[in-house]
Write a protein that binds this ligand. Structure first.
Ligand SMILES: [Zn+2]
Length: 350
């Protein structure tokens, strides 16, 4: 949905949040509306008729297959009740800077730190929308070193190596910044930097970089390259740090966020997913309502493949092939359409 409304499509306050989602069945209704906005679509055969069974699952009228709205999403096969998931998602989305695993464990009174940590990582894993648009217009690109703290034994921290990270930020002509993108880089070679720019910046854009040789040749990739030499700036008596003000501002914000909200406890293996969270927050910093951010996270979550705990601890790299979102076609034959005042609330059958 392009223009969801507070109080209609998502809760506009924490009070409304609690009033809307007192039980797992209420959460399930909401997820069903998010996943099948135009009505049930069988994930097995594509048939567009089905009915709700007593246990909350839906049964396809075509193939007779039974499916849960959470099947194939990050909520699949977790033992955590949906009400707890929703509260975690609300805290994750409504806090301006998010929430750490330790705070989540304490707030939800979850038994184990690992459970809270894995929930937040599952939420983070859905934040990159498949097929999202690349940056356009005027874009500053630079690299910086981030992280460098590794969780060690007994909860202490060992000094790890910092991770070279690419940063791209849209610069608006009227002043101010647009969207940003960030990800770890293998090195500062032309191959790495050109791949980063191609991945995140639309050809035709003006790319502003410093004088580093790794950025040479961007014109041949279809960009207008504005190369700013630090040596030339020094010769003019200017501060070379002012050449790329947008990326330096964003770099200092992400460093502060990693040290503040997460107390520097971000292992290098997971830096990429924390960067995805930072980018998601930064790009929604002007959202009028935090409830809207909650809505967007859940919308992405029901469109996402399940993430297993083993995958979270094993994955060292961001996924190379983005998941395919489920089909958005279909119509509602047997599941009653929601009333206008709260469109997601379907009538429970049975
Ligand atoms: Zn079917």
């Amino acid at each position: 949905m392009d223009h969801p409304h507070a109080g209609t499509h998502y809760p506009k306050s924490v009070g409304e949040f609690h009033a809307w989602f007192p039980t797992d069945a209420d959460c399930l209704d909401y997820l069903e509306w998010l996943r099948w906005p135009d009505g049930f679509v069988c994930p097995a055969c594509g048939y567009e008729r089905g009915w709700r069974l007593g246990d909350g699952r839906s049964m396809c009228s075509g193939c007779g297959g039974r499916t849960s709205v959470t099947a194939g999403t990050i909520f699949d096969r977790t033992r955590t009740p949906l009400t707890v998931w929703f509260t975690a998602c609300w805290l994750f989305a409504s806090g301006k800077d998010g929430i750490s695993a330790l705070s989540l464990k304490r707030t939800l009174e979850i038994g184990s730190y690992q459970t809270a940590w894995a929930m937040l990582h599952r939420l983070r894993s859905v934040l990159v929308r498949p097929g999202r648009n690349r940056l356009v217009g005027i874009v500053e690109v630079d690299e910086t070193y981030l992280g460098g703290e590794e969780p060690g034994l007994r909860g202490g921290r060992a000094r790890g190596k910092k991770v070279l990270t690419g940063i791209a930020v849209e610069v608006q002509e009227a002043g101010g910044f647009g969207r940003c993108r960030m990800r770890p880089l293998a090195d500062a070679s032309a191959a790495s930097l050109h791949a980063f720019v191609r991945e995140h910046v639309e050809p035709g854009a003006t790319v502003i970089t410093d004088g580093w040789q790794g950025y040479r040749g961007l014109e041949k990739q279809g960009y207008v390259h504005d190369r700013r030499s630090q040596r030339a700036a020094r010769a003019r008596g200017e501060d070379p740090h002012d050449l790329l003000p947008a990326v330096h501002r964003v770099a200092s914000l992400v460093k502060r966020w990693l040290l503040g909200t997460h107390q520097g406890s971000v292992g290098n293996a997971h830096l990429a997913s924390y960067l995805n969270e930072f980018v998601f927050r930064f790009n929604r910093r002007h959202s009028r309502s935090r409830g809207m951010v909650f809505y967007r996270v859940l919308e992405l979550a029901v469109a996402h493949n399940p993430v297993r705990y083993q995958d979270l601890i094993a994955s060292q790299q961001p996924r190379e092939v983005p998941p395919t979102p489920p089909t958005r076609r279909g119509h509602p034959p047997t599941l009653e359409r929601p009333p206008a005042d709260r469109p997601w609330r379907t009538a429970h059958s049975g």
